[in-house]
Design a protein around this ligand. Sequence first.
Ligand code: NAD
Length: 478
Amino acid sequence: IPVDPFDLVVFGGTGDLARRKILPALFRRFCAGQMGANARVIGAARADMDDAGYRSFVSDAIAEFDPDAARHKDHLDSFLANVSYVVLDAKGDAGWDKLAATVQKGRVHAYYFSVGPGLFGDLAQRLHTYGMADANSRIVVEKPFGHDLASARDLNRVLAQHFDEHQVYRIDHYLGKETVQNLMAVRFGNMLFEPLWNSQYVDHIQITVAESVGVGGRGDYYDRAGAMRDMMQNHLMQLLCLIAMEPPAKFDPDAVRDEKLKVIRALDPVAPDNVVRGQYEADGDAPDYRTQVETPDSRTESFVALKAHISNWRWAGTPFYLRTGKRLKDRASEIAVVFKEAPHSIFGAEAGRHRNILTIKLQPNEGIELGVTIKEPGPGGMRLLDVPLDMTFAEALGEDGPDFPDAYERLIMDVIRGNQTLFMRGDEVEAAWQWADPVIQVWEEGGETPIPYASGSAGPDDALMLMHRDGRRWREIK
Ligand code: NAD
């Protein structure tokens, strides 16, 4: 469905995120016919460039980061015809008059703040001063949304001075993934799962977001953040909310976000012995963490695993094990809902122990899989076997099925449509920091070094022990 005409200003339009994600995503939506021919994209950044220079920058970004660039090449010129650029300083007045004259009145205005959070306040204030903030305006902000509770509150306050909460879109690209939304469809669109979705039937839930790469070129930023701030407080927390929340009365932004917030507020504080943090070591030619961040004595974690408890009627007694890290065995993200064993096996001890596991896979291939127990085929008596009921979407819908838009494509179009369901509300972000801050504080005050782990492993052995001691184990990262 095509969206209304809009002007999208990308502050930081020459930056890495714009190049890799935002601009290619816009082009793909243009090619899909969702973005009308009159929608305009305006890059705004400090680099001295004219419209032609920026169009060539955008064209290069598309060639590099749109996997279908070759197939889409006939659309490129018409897309670029609506791309322009304004040289502008967020901290000064240079360029703002020109931007104000460029932005057209009477249509949706989306302002994407693809710059460091230190500039959010300057941008919000100048948008206001130069008359570009009105009822049709939306602002999009990126992570990191704060460094702790106090800084997140400050950011919320700064934005709230010029924009209402319903105009602020805090992006968490995990929420834009097709499977994550499907998780809600599976939970609330089927009768099959919801009656079992509680501590009476669910033994535990595991959430893994494993990356095989190291910190790469983001070492400077990452070393000030670490896995708890960079991943756990936002992405894993959001996944936890969607898996654990009560059914909202309707699929509307505030109804969904109210339920997510209740989950975060029901989280128990994490006891120090329920958290493990690690830091990767060198592997062959690949350097260790500390060399990559150029801080020889860095105490920042590149891995964190923890056990969380949600103290409410539905989940009391069901632990949630969460882990995320860099330089792990593989790039793999999934949520696994591990059901309890049947209370009694009529097939005797030799049939083994079996449990159903519902796995929601986020990457590399998005899909949902349900492990069910069947009889092992053949004449060998009643032996049981676990097989997956695979609901990998691409396969289920066939080759002629719809293309799955990338998370940024979907989320940017949601901004234009004015749908905040998949964006974090200010109070959610603050509540998540309130939960994460004490964990980080213990580390900072304790001065302990994270446990080294081998690159290409599943993280420190202590993380395995976190589950072993409860008689459970992590699913393999593959
Ligand atoms: P970047 O350093 O590559 O780009 C920053 C952009 O901001 C450039 O276009 C620069 O010209 C512009 N800029 C800087 N100071 C300015 C000023 N005073 N006035 C006007 N423009 C100014 O950064 P990035 O990697 O693109 O990241 C942008 C934001 O997105 C950051 O908040 C970052 O944390 C976040 N983010 C980035 C990624 C990523 O993969 N790069 C992922 C998630 C979140």
